[in-house]
Design a protein around this ligand. Structure first.
Ligand code: NAP
Ligand code: SF4
Length: 694
């Protein structure tokens, strides 16, 4: 199998080298990994799914894998989830495969049997052990039941081939059914499918072997193998290596690395995870396979989001191919841009999960915060406007940037104004938060896009309504953002009470004891900022991050998890909110727990159900008087050096009335429209959709 890099004139010689699989050749080393978008879960979504994958095939990716399809009802992710179990269903999939092939692409179908992770009462598992992330207790499979699951996998693969797929990926990781058979944590059987490892791995091997027999030799068979389970009692390293060798012998074409189970308490793809954080584990496996004379290509992934990272991973021998899933939601043209030396134009996935995984876990169609067209290729179309208009966009935050660039791409004449000296608005605060460094990439992307689309950018320019009237724009878009909400706490004007903006911009020094008023997204961000030593973000320091989350070498510790090691910060931070209950409840579905866990390990105190009574000068610092409950009795005093106000936002829209009064067609987007729900996902989506329609 070819492993040599392409010519040295290629910007990414290893990444863009073809991969010869014997019976077929992939045009490069880029796999668009499986990502559940929700398009799998309804017949009506097939045209949208076809357009979604066709756009990415056009973008040059070597091989794509669909979101997971269950091989039978027991394997559903949720009731009536996507399933491929009949000839009729296979016919529907032909829309997808023919659209991809028409663009010169290749696509494999992922066969996903969720086992005890199934969010439905018909779920099954090796043993009757409920998972911590599902309310349903699985039924224990009988031996005949196991045989039925194997046959379902094989049937699904044959139907995939009939539907025109180039291959299948058998999902054996992330804690799903096959993975559940592999470890004693979930497999306590005493028959031929439990006990020794040889028996626990039988299901995986039988599925691969019988699938290969059924589909023939010229069909790609990817096996997704959990190389580090990140759960106590997970697979040992010897077991991982044994399984990889057995999977190759059974007929797999490629081994894809799976990292962690869904129930693991270690983040694996969030933005605070360092780039390429787990590629060293794939390297370990690849080295073992090569030492044994086995040549099966091995795929790695997880937090690889730019071509230079991918190139470095491949050139250092960590893997033969790179899997990226979310980066293709963010930018379908990722590979073409890399190949054409335009990687600075890539719309980089910032690993926020806000529009993709958070949607998928809430049964909403997935999209992308930085690319709202993802998953909506048929409905959100950016085409030339019927007439060129003169447009002004006020505010160069995410909403204004999205609107201005989209308008210009449609042929409008666009002037973009901002009073700040740089584009980005609130993103300039976010990028300063440890673990959110990726936000800088979005600003780089929009900077490039502004230049390319010819938007006239006016920084350091505060515009008044009169200026806009003089220039006689056809329409004005106000993306003027937000101002911090005034919580009106008696004593808040004392020195030492700071706004989150001043803190994040480093305009004030902050003492050792701090209280934060408000525990929304910004309160959590400011807490993280204050308990991290400047320049010590673990997102940029892999060994420190691994220690902080208790990730160990899986060759030394089963499952690769140990007790986290965290040096307590010098600063003591208390995070407060008025609502009762858990703090950070409205943070992202898939990332909120990470923020909470990170702050807890840094001893951040979290208080809810608080009434803010008053702030007073206290010694050389401040005293924050708080009470709990309706009676406002028995005040407690928090003695602190500083209090930071993170109490939400209010819209900034002073230009609206004068412009509308003067008869100018004026639109509001982003925080200027709705501060209570302000976030970048809504801002970019709203800016793009408005601009697509004007
Ligand atoms: P937010 O999420 O609305 O939180 C505001 C906080 O202030 C809440 O904890 C609220 O809790 C408190 N509050 C509201 N009115 C108050 C008052 N009058 N006095 C005292 N406290 C008050 O707003 P944000 O934290 O400013 O975030 C803005 C937006 O950016 C949000 O939509 C957020 O999702 C987004 N963002 C997201 C992230 C992320 O990690 N996903 C990070 C940063 C920002 P109580 O009313 O219970 O006290
Ligand atoms: Fe990446 Fe965020 Fe887009 Fe998901 S929503 S693909 S994590 S940028």
């Amino acid at each position: 199998m070819a492993t040599s890099p392409t010519s040295l004139t290629s910007p990414y010689p290893h990444l863009l080298a073809p991969l010869d699989l014997g019976f077929t050749t992939l045009k490069n080393r880029v796999l668009m990994g499986s990502m559940h978008t929700g398009l799998e879960d309804g017949r009506k979504h097939f045209p949208a799914m076809a357009a979604y994958f066709a756009e990415r095939a056009r973008g040059g990716v070597g091989l794509m894998v669909t979101g997971g399809f269950a091989p039978n009802i027991a394997g559903w992710t949720k009731p009536f989830a996507g399933m491929l179990a009949s000839a009729g269903a296979a016919r529907r999939h032909q829309q997808v495969t023919s659209a991809v092939h028409a663009e010169g692409g290749k696509i494999a179908l992922q066969i996903l049997h969720t086992g005890r992770y199934g969010y439905h009462p018909l779920c099954v598992a090796p043993s009757r052990i409920q998972s911590p992330i599902s309310p349903f207790t699985p039924r224990e499979l009988s031996a005949a039941g196991i045989e039925r699951q194997i046959r379902a996998f094989v049937r699904c693969a044959m139907l995939a081939r009939d539907a025109g797929y180039d291959g299948v990926e058998i999902m054996g990781s992330e804690g799903y059914l096959i993975n559940q058979f592999l470890v004693t944590h979930t497999n306590q059987r005493t028959d031929d499918w439990g006990g020794s490892y040889a028996r626990r791995m039988r299901l995986a091997i039988e599925i691969v072997r019988r699938t290969r027999e059924a589909v023939g030799p010229d069909f790609i068979l990817i096996y997704r193998l959990s190389i580090i389970d990140l759960i106590p009692g997970g697979s040992s390293w010897d077991e991982v290596v044994l399984l990889a060798k057995a999977v190759q012998a059974a007929g797999a074409t490629l081994i894809n690395s799976g990292i962690g189970w869904h129930e693991s308490r270690v983040p694996t793809i969030a933005t605070s995870v360092p780039r390429g954080a787990f590629t060293w584990v794939t390297k370990k496996l690849r080295d073992e396979l090569r030492a044994a004379g086995l040549t099966i290509p091995v795929i790695t992934g997880n937090r690889v989001n730019m071509p230079e990272v991918a190139e470095q991973v491949l050139s250092s021998g960590c893997a033969d191919m790179i899997s990226m899933a979310r980066p293709f939601l963010a930018d379908p043209e990722f590979v073409n841009k890399a190949a054409q030396g335009r990687s600075n134009e890539i719309n980089t996935c910032i690993a926020c999960n806000q529009a993709c995984l958070d949607h998928a876990f809430k049964a909403r169609l997935a999209s992308c915060l930085v690319n709202p067209r993802a998953g909506h290729e048929l409905s959100l179309i950016i085409k030339l406007a019927p007439a060129r208009k003169r447009m002004a966009v006020i505010g160069a935050g995410p909403a204004g940037l999205a609107a201005a660039t989209t308008l210009a791409e449609r042929g409008h004449s666009v002037d973009l104004f901002d009073s700040a000296s740089m584009i980005g608005g609130q993103f300039n605060l976010a990028k300063r938060v440890p673990g959110k460094e990726e936000f800088e990439e979005t600003l780089r992307y929009f900077g490039q896009r502004l230049a390319r689309t010819g938007v006239r950018l006016h920084l350091n320019t505060r515009v008044e309504a009169a200026d806009l009237l003089v220039k006689a724009f056809d329409e004005v878009i106000l993306a003027t953002g937000v101002k911090p909400r005034n919580p009106r706490i008696p004593g808040q004007d004392l020195p030492g009470v700071l706004s989150y903006i001043d803190v994040l911009l480093g305009k004030h020094s902050v003492g050792q004891r701090v209280a934060l008023i408000g525990a929304g997204g910004i309160g959590f961000d400011v807490a993280e900022f204050l308990v991290t030593q400047p320049g010590h973000s673990t997102a940029l320091d892999l060994p420190a991050w691994l220690a902080e989350w208790g990730v160990a070498d899986p060759a030394a510790v089963r499952g690769g998890v140990v007790r986290p090691v965290c040096t307590p910060p010098e600063r003591h931070v208390t995070l407060l909110q008025r609502k009762p209950g858990k703090l950070g409840k409205n943070l992202g579905k898939t990332t909120g727990w990470i923020h909470r866990a990170a702050l807890k390990t840094k001893n951040v105190e979290m208080l809810s159900g608080v009434n803010y009574e008053r702030i007073v000068a206290h010694g050389s610092g401040l005293g924050l008087f708080i009470t709990f409950g309706d009676q406002h009795k028995d005040a407690t005093v928090l003695e602190v050096n500083n209090i930071v106000l993170c109490a939400g936002q209010e819209p900034l829209r002073e230009l609206l009335e004068p412009l509308r009064a003067a008869g100018v067609k004026t639109h509001l987007i982003g925080g200027a429209d709705e501060a209570s729900e302000l976030d970048a996902k809504r801002a970019i989506d709203q800016g793009t959709r408005l601009a697509a329609a004007l």
